[in-house]
Write a protein that binds this ligand. Structure first.
Ligand code: AP5
Length: 224
């Protein structure tokens, strides 16, 4: 299974990415964590990217794409599956990631889009800040990260819809419910993903299935 996730900060990429990776026994390639590790170790690369992370700006594409290539080569050696967390974040990264993956015979089967409202994202990240103190979890930087997401990352969702590999999920619900729905969808798709010709692929919108997976049904209109 080869999955990439497109979702705003705080939507649950790390949470659901870890679940998918454990379920399918595939590596999770988490770009933010890889970059923070470089910063923590004060490598040359870490020093070059720290300011971008601290300000909530994207790290230059060339740096990220180099790291993606290395991670794909390692994933290929480990069996070829992967879950990408936080890559790609703009159209240039989306196209380049596709080309690198195509060269290695491992393009994504599924682009998972986690949908969460901005107010909930800010609430989650401020709650995490109190517990973990991640440097970019201040309110001002969270708001900048959200702005960057809406301006340059969200538009790539349409590209995956056109390519027929988009799966949209309502991620406003508790993590266990979101995870159950994602794994159920991926399990249904698993035997098919490598056999559906590109022209026959269709985007899948699971956001209206929430009730079946434990969401609160919309309040019925009792006035009439
Ligand atoms: P990155 O580390 O990827 O941060 P992010 O995109 O801002 O996302 P987060 O890690 O904050 O949230 P998440 O969606 O993973 O949610 P999580 O599961 O943690 O990137 C950091 C920076 O690195 C970027 O700003 C940029 O500078 C740089 N960077 C990274 N990739 C790059 C790229 N490709 N190009 C250029 N630069 C790049 O959950 C968040 C919190 O909510 C947790 O506390 C969790 O427990 C909780 N939670 C999760 N799900 C739920 C739920 N359903 N209900 C309630 N709480 C929940």
């Amino acid at each position: 299974m080869r999955v990439l996730m497109v979702a705003p900060p705080g939507a649950g990429k790390g949470t659901q990415g870890a679940l998918i990776a454990a379920h399918f026994g595939i590596p999770r390639i988490a770009m933010g964590a890889l970059l923070r590790d470089q910063v923590a170790r004060q490598t040359d690369l870490g020093r070059a990217v720290q300011g971008h992370l601290d300000r909530g700006e994207l790290v230059p594409d060339e740096i990220v794409l180099d790291m993606v290539r290395q991670a794909f080569v390692a994933a290929a050696a480990a069996g070829g599956g992967y879950v990408l967390d936080g890559i790609p974040r703009n159209m240039k990264q989306a196209r380049a990631t596709y080309l690198i993956a195509r060269e290695l015979g491992m393009t994504a089967n599924v682009a998972l889009h986690l949908q969460v409202e901005d107010g909930e994202l800010v609430r989650r990240l401020l709650a995490r800040a109190a517990l973990e103190g991640r440097a970019d979890d201040t309110e001002a930087v969270i708001r900048r990260r959200l702005q960057v997401y809406h301006q340059v990352t969200h538009p790539i969702v349409a590209w995956y819809a056109e390519r027929g590999i988009l799966v949209s999920v309502d991620a406003m619900r508790p993590p266990e419910q979101v995870g159950r729905e994602i794994l159920a969808a991926l399990e249904v798709m698993r035997p098919l993903v490598d056999h559906v010709p590109e022209e026959a692929r269709r985007a899948i919108d699971l956001t209206s299935l929430g009730v079946a997976f434990g969401a609160t049904p919309p309040a019925s209109n009792t006035s009439g």
